[in-house]
Ligand binder design. Structure first.
Ligand code: EPU
Length: 451
């Protein structure tokens, strides 16, 4: 992981105004890979995972598994071998768990394997509080006692019993964690109002590949029949619909022509429908989606929602796109409390966006202008990169430690589509400016990315 000064020194330098054109393949899905890695705890054997994205969140999840006693090695690019046979701890350290929200997925798996898990409670993040009450209520329904001790959630139950669990909302995290905990419970667990996201269904597919028995994934009712033991397996992660969607929005915002290959078009339905409403041309063929953007396009009103609704993770890149529409769009965020935090950075590029609570009014402007901006989270980073690709002039984007959490080889893939993008490093020392308080002055040398 980068240290703080390195993070400040590393930026994308993007010369805007070039249309993205060509084909790009979708990498493996972060939000499937992370829980599947956590679920390898259940195998008590060797798991071989293919199509694992090369992103820093995967590195952190690997470090968490290692901290519990697992052996993790990269066999070849994108293939991880995880051996959890010698796992001897159910207490991952806060220093690692606090790096990513998905680390809490280990709780259900540890509970199923050891009948006990002690996992630091996830704090909030820039998107909002990230509550886990539904996860904990689910564990309790399965018979575990749950308490908070020294900042960690402690879940323990001598035997877990299958139960009927109704979720107050279709939480992705709670569905995954309860599904994991129920895999070895005695009897049958039904999760009602479950999350239908493809990544949740992929986790169920992986559990089944280990000898588990999960049915109904992808629907609101998931049934898990507990089994005594799970075993190692070989499994291929699904492609990342959110990264794929970011490239399609890249075509839209630069009036380009991009085909994303290796992706199920069905999982991008809400995005494709939205882009068509704006005037983009969308075509699908087999496992590929092609988006052709137009210079002048219509605004649209969108509300994010659980799958198959418009994905909250594509809301920031969509807003970047709509900031150049011929008119006013209304965007409602229905999943996270604070998912418009990046809007102030887009405004520094000339976007005209007013946010009130979970609503944003996006008035299209004629052009975006270059600026030095800072990404506050993964998807906001994607949005700022797209804005910079469309803007006039040369922009600098910081906060790459967030972008690198979710976008594999982002600059290489964008460059292959014709973008002018480089990872820049500052080699001179960072010195506080005397005339601007603690604002940093950062003399820099730009180095081209290495493949
Ligand atoms: N919530 C509760 N109580 C709970 C669980 C959730 O109130 O017990 C609330 C959360 O506070 C949040 C909302 O419900 O406001 C959504 O939470 P959910 O559990 O559905 O999402 P998550 O598991 O925290 C995953 C993805 C997110 C994605 C959301 C929604 C992973 C690792 N993360 O988060 O992805 O936005 O589902 O689809 O799968 C990202 O990839 O950048 C990202 C943030």
């Amino acid at each position: 992981m980068l240290d703080t000064l390195d993070e400040l020194r590393t930026r994308f330098v993007i010369e805007g105004g070039r249309s993205l054109t060509g084909a790009v393949s979708a990498p493996g899905a972060k939000n499937a890979a992370l829980p599947i890695m956590a679920a390898s705890i259940l195998a008590a054997g060797e798991v071989v995972l293919h199509y694992v994205p090369r992103i820093t969140d995967v590195d952190v999840m690997a470090a968490i598994l290692e901290s519990l006693g697992a052996r993790v090695r990269e066999h070849s690019g994108g293939t991880l071998v995880i051996d959890t046979s010698s796992l001897d701890s159910y207490c991952p350290p806060y220093a690692l768990v606090s790096k990513l929200n998905a680390s809490f997925d280990v709780t259900g798996a540890l509970l199923a394997r050891f009948n006990r898990a002690e996992v630091p409670q996830p704090g909030g993040c820039v998107l909002g509080p990230r509550a886990v009450d539904l996860h904990l209520a689910g564990f309790q329904r399965l018979g575990a006692a749950v308490s908070l001790e020294h900042g960690s959630v402690v879940a323990a139950g001598a035997t877990l019993e299958g139960a009927d669990v109704e979720l107050g909302q279709p939480s992705v995290g709670a569905t995954k964690n309860i599904m994991l905990a129920a895999t070895r419970a005695r009897g049958t667990t039904i999760i009602r109002n479950a999350a239908k996201e493809p990544e949740v269904a992929d986790l169920a597919g992986f559990i089944n590949a280990m000898g588990g028995c999960v049915r109904g994934q992808g629907t609101p009712t998931i049934r898990i029949d507990g089994v005594r033991k799970l075993h190692g397996c070989e499994y291929t992660i699904i492609p990342d619909r959110l990264v794929a969607g970011t490239y399609l929005l890249g075509a839209a915002i630069t009036a380009g022509d991009v085909t994303v290959t290796g992706i199920d078009p069905g999982c991008l339905h809400a995005l494709c429908r939205t882009l068509k409403t704006c005037g983009c041309e969308l075509t699908t063929e087999g496992a590929s989606v092609r988006a052709r953007g137009v210079a002048s396009f219509r605004p649209v009103d969108v509300s994010t929602g659980p799958y198959p609704g418009f994905p909250t993770d594509l809301q920031p890149p969509l807003v970047a796109y709509l900031s150049l529409a011929q008119g006013t769009s209304h965007v409602e965020e229905s999943i996270f409390d604070a998912r418009f935090v990046y809007v102030s950075e887009l405004a520094r590029m000339g976007a005209d966006i007013k946010v009130s609570g979970r609503q944003a009014i996006v008035k299209g402007v004629e052009k975006l202008k270059d600026a030095v901006v800072e990404a506050p989270d993964i998807r906001a980073g994607g949005a700022l990169v797209l804005a910079a690709l469309a803007a006039q002039g040369t922009s600098e984007i910081g906060g790459l430690q967030y972008i690198d959490r979710g976008y594999e080889f982002f600059e290489e893939r964008l460059a292959s589509l014709g973008a002018s993008i480089m990872r820049a490093s500052v080699v001179a020392p960072v010195q506080p400016r005397t005339d601007m308080g603690d604002t940093m002055q950062m003399p820099k040398v730009v180095t081209p990315f290495s493949a």
